[in-house]
Design a protein around this ligand. Sequence first.
Ligand code: NAI
Ligand code: NA
Length: 396
Amino acid sequence: MIIEPKMRGFICLTAHPKGCEQNVINQISYVQSKGTIEGPKKVLVIGASTGFGLASRITSAFSSGAATIGVFFEKPPQEGKPASPGWYNTVAFQQQAANAGIYAKSINGDAFSNEVKQKTIDLIKADLGKIDLIIYSLASPVRTNPATGITHRSVLKPIGNTYSNKTVDFHTGIVSNISIEPCTDEEINNTVAVMGGEDWEMWMDALTAADALEENATTIAYSYIGPSLTEAVYRKGTIGKAKDHLEATAFTITDKLKPINGKAYVSVNKALVTQASSAIPVIPLYISLLYKTMKEKGIHEGCIEQIQRLFQDRLFTGNAIPTDEQGRIRIDDWEMREDVQNDITALWPKASTETLGEIGDLNGYKSDFLNLFGFAVEGVDYAADVNENITIPQLQ
Ligand code: NAI
Ligand code: NA
């Protein structure tokens, strides 16, 4: 079939297999251009099919030659309907890994469930014995806690006060004012239940109980801080409470991993265009100014540049892993640079429907968004007929 982007609100309902494949190939080429990293050998990536998790899987496999098991939740193709992008990304990743002779297997299912944890552990035990790196990179609006059976839904709201600011509809370029009503306590608890550290700890407990962790095993989860501009809706909002919980959970897990001298870290990453961040009010406007500023300064990064740098300059240098006072790895250092943030603070009041095309990187935002679904990728012939009905090799 010929596949075109089909937008509905902040989501795209279609994905292009060739574009997704090209994105994966480009990411592999990027990490290979940076040389090898004396890194992990046997890696589990939870949330491995898109965004930071996919970049972590690619860096593990193609910078360090690591065996990877990837867990994700993606929609397979259906009669006349393309799969979700993470499906096609993984088809391409598995093919590239096979070509390179690198072990890779994938599991598609709900990572929050006991079943998927058990299936993953069985696979580790059968094929790898033990693992030395666990990347936790889930982004989900909903989680059913297997211990209680309760389904929690996260919200993106401020806490305490109504928050008003500017935002942009990046499809139309229209900048407008929005107000978001504060959340309830229950909404905070639900958001923490979905995006906090409880499930990460459950994974690490299950892996420990199964004796599936090597001596000195490391686990990393991803967080975000951002500027004061977005604080009310992000870091001091409901999602920020979940990130506080995730960051606190790193210490709990490190304590539990003492017998094997293992460590849990949170890495604070840069703001990037993903399906999740596009749905947060104000953030797309911030990102379009951030991209423009960082590109002008020659320090713009996507997921793969961020994770390659995380591995090369933070995790696997042969020295102690540098952290901030709260024990967090900071790979958002360039985003948070004073000159970058000062520029954005100065641009913010000037941002309007009329000016944004000039002072912000709206086109960069749009093309990154399309790229997430395999569209607007250079070198792909979108007029050509493609087979959407492809299966993931090595899917367990
Ligand atoms: P993403 O949406 O690109 O990736 C999410 C991954 O989780 C996908 O592989 C998806 O299949 C998987 N997933 C979702 N629900 C699942 C479930 N129930 N079972 C199994 N797999 C499931 O998200 P992104 O942006 O890469 O986010 C990953 C982490 O990075 C999140 O913790 C996010 O908060 C954090 N982060 C994101 C930033 C951004 O600007 N996008 C910035 C800094 C941190
Ligand atoms: Na991810």
